[in-house]
Ligand binder design. Structure first.
Ligand code: C2E
Ligand code: MG
Ligand code: MG
Ligand code: MG
Length: 291
């Protein structure tokens, strides 16, 4: 028995060691990576379900690492949220998205709003609202063209504080999308109180829930609840035609997922926009304070 436990212990010991080493490695290289352009912003289009026109895109960061290859956000964002680096990285992503919007305006291309992810740590960081405001000013882009995605779970602790900041952002004209709705435990009551413009359904609802009848019931319920609250809905993680058809039947407004397009580098995104119909998220500004 003793030998067995020792082995188990050695196993976990090794896993923890590996993890600490890899975290140390990331921490040691993140600053240089940012300065040397190893972080790249990819764009994943969002589509209007009715006619499959593009209504926007989400900016998603990738780390093009010289030794590790392409690293996805799941491998470093949680660590950056803990060590504080997320505020620097996110500012870089937001600025890149603003520049992308500016480039299209300079070309006279139709405006496509881009949403960026905002972490909880960003919201509590010094000068957060002011920095965002300055960014859109610097690039002279309409404030409504930079959407902000805030996950449902960000509201879990001190929701009042977050709501105050979000209200401030909305008054300035930013469009707020609630990300990963359904992954946390916010009450329906809360949903009616949080000031948001768009609801992004967590992928789990589409992935497994849509496969059985009770899951479909939940999906249908959430979509009609959002409608009742006057909130446009984006379904994330749509991977199959069948899922798309279910969502269409349920009158879901917008979709984002591999079935339509994966996140892609800016040049590819530009090419896609050139050959795809573009339309506005019509109902998004319906209950937005700045019209
Ligand atoms: P998210 O904001 O919910 O972004 C959607 C994620 O779902 C992205 O993963 C996207 O690639 C993935 N996805 C989209 N369609 C499909 C699909 O059909 N099937 C599957 N299996 N996945 C799909 P990604 O890029 O790996 O990002 C993961 C998470 O990391 C994001 O979830 C977001 O929370 C965070 N993240 C990504 N970029 C940033 C960033 O620049 N800043 C911050 N703070 N967080 C970021
Ligand atoms: Mg997001
Ligand atoms: Mg999401
Ligand atoms: Mg997420």
């Amino acid at each position: 028995i003793k030998g067995k436990y020792n082995k188990l212990f050695a196993y976990y010991d090794d896993r923890i060691r590996q993890r600490l080493l890899s975290e140390r490695f990331i921490t040691d290289s993140m600053q240089h990576a940012l300065e040397s352009g190893q972080f790249q912003v990819f764009y994943q289009p969002k589509y209007e379900l009715a006619d499959e026109s593009i209504v926007g895109a989400e900016a998603l960061v990738r780390w093009m690492h010289s030794e590790k290859g392409v690293m996805s956000p799941g491998e470093f964002i949680p660590l950056f949220e803990r060590n504080g680096f997320i505020t620097q990285l996110d500012y870089y992503v937001w600025e890149t998205a603003c520049r992308c919007i500016r480039t299209r305006m300079d070309q006279g291309s139709p405006l496509v709003p881009i949403s960026v992810n905002v972490s909880r740590a960003d919201i509590f960081s010094q000068g957060f609202v002011e920095n965002l405001r300055e960014l859109v000013g610097k690039y002279k882009i309409p404030i409504q063209s930079l959407h902000l995605e805030i996950t449902e779970t960000a509201y879990t602790e001190d929701p009042e504080q977050i709501i105050k900041v979000v209200e401030q952002l909305r008054r300035l004209g930013f469009v707020i999308e609630m990300d990963d709705f359904g992954s946390g435990y916010s009450s329906l009551n809360m949903l009616a109180e949080i000031p948001i413009d768009v609801l992004k359904l967590d992928m789990r609802f589409i992935k497994k829930e849509a496969n059985n009848s009770s899951g479909r019931g939940i999906l249908r319920f959430i979509i009609s609840l959002a409608k009742w609250l006057n909130l446009p809905v984006i379904a994330e993680g749509v991977e199959t035609k069948e899922q798309m058809e279910i969502l269409r039947m349920m009158d879901c407004n917008y979709v984002q997922g591999y079935y339509f397009a994966k996140p892609m580098p800016e040049d590819e995104f530009e090419k896609l926009l050139d050959k795809t119909a573009i339309s506005a998220m019509k109902n998004v500004m319906a209950n937005h304070p700045v019209q």
